[in-house]
Design a protein around this ligand. Sequence first.
Ligand SMILES: Cc1cc2nc3c(=O)[nH]c(=O)nc-3n(C[C@H](O)[C@H](O)[C@H](O)COP(=O)(O)O)c2cc1C
Length: 206
Amino acid sequence: MGFCKNACDIIGIMKESTKGAINKMSKKIVAIVGSLRKESLNKKLALKAKEIVGEEAEFEILEYSDIPFMNEDIEFPAPKEIERIRKQIKEADGIWIFTPEYNHFFSGVLKNLLDWMSRPVSKTEGNVLEGKPVALSGMSPGMSGTILAQDNLVTLLSFLNMDIMNAPRLIIPRASTLVNEGVLELGNSEKYLIRQKDAFLKYLDK
Ligand SMILES: Cc1cc2nc3c(=O)[nH]c(=O)nc-3n(C[C@H](O)[C@H](O)[C@H](O)COP(=O)(O)O)c2cc1C
């Protein structure tokens, strides 16, 4: 009948009724991993970030392995995969990119995705990246730890007028030494990931 029997139930109902409000206030982060590889180090890092974010925000890893190559012949109407991703990005408060380094650059699949997202949705609606807060992380087995890939990515993201959190960025070199039987063990680097998570959540609140 909607009425509770005792005080515990009342507290329970109050908890239930405030749940929606709390959830509404929580930020939504969409993570983009620039590698499609099953055992991707950067995917493992994104999963670790999801674990560290925990209940502090919604955190979802974007699935985009099914999108076509950008080709203006198929741009309008946009393929359904592109529409789905645009919706996800539009609803996000922030984007967190986990990039590999390919030949001192970021990967082609990431560029393809960003090229799609850089285009206006329609004649009356602009692109979904404009002004969107973005954080950058990456790991690679080499010594550069993706720093060059990230610098190149910053050039693109700033051209797209995204709101880049320039510091802290997370760079993890010699990454293969941190994987034990397929499991990423960040060790001393974990505190830097936590620091970046704290900074990005604060950045999203500004
Ligand atoms: C085409 C290609 C180019 C690469 N170039 C670099 C590079 O410039 N610097 C680097 O540190 N690692 C380079 N690597 C190694 C990648 O960093 C490594 O494969 C890494 O694990 C890829 O990221 P992922 O594990 O998230 O897939 C390259 C790998 C590929 C396939």
